[in-house]
Design a protein around this ligand. Structure first.
Ligand SMILES: [Zn+2]
Length: 87
């Protein structure tokens, strides 16, 4: 599984691994921040994993294994590549 990074466009495609909660399936968002460490599900299960947050205040987080990365538009990729080559 490729790593989720801030700025990535992702979609929730799997239920919670602990309790099978599916209410966020289909949700698409841009990752604001990524947390590596312990996290909790609403059901009380604890994870030691990678969690992607929808907002920088860490109010809405999703276990990274539930997410599928959506390829960004090709123009954004070209811009980044050009900047990296110049630098
Ligand atoms: Zn749960």
């Amino acid at each position: 599984m490729s790593a989720i990074r801030p700025g990535d466009l992702v979609q929730v495609v799997r239920p919670q691994p602990c309790c099978g909660a599916m209410q966020s399936i289909g949700k698409v968002f841009v990752v604001a921040s990524v947390w590596h460490g312990k996290g909790f599900c609403d059901c009380g299960a604890m994870y030691s994993t990678e969690t992607a947050f929808e907002r920088s205040d860490a109010a809405a987080g999703y276990v990274a294994s539930r997410l599928k990365k959506i390829d960004p538009p090709a123009l954004d990729e070209d811009e980044v590549t050009d900047q990296e080559l110049v630098a």
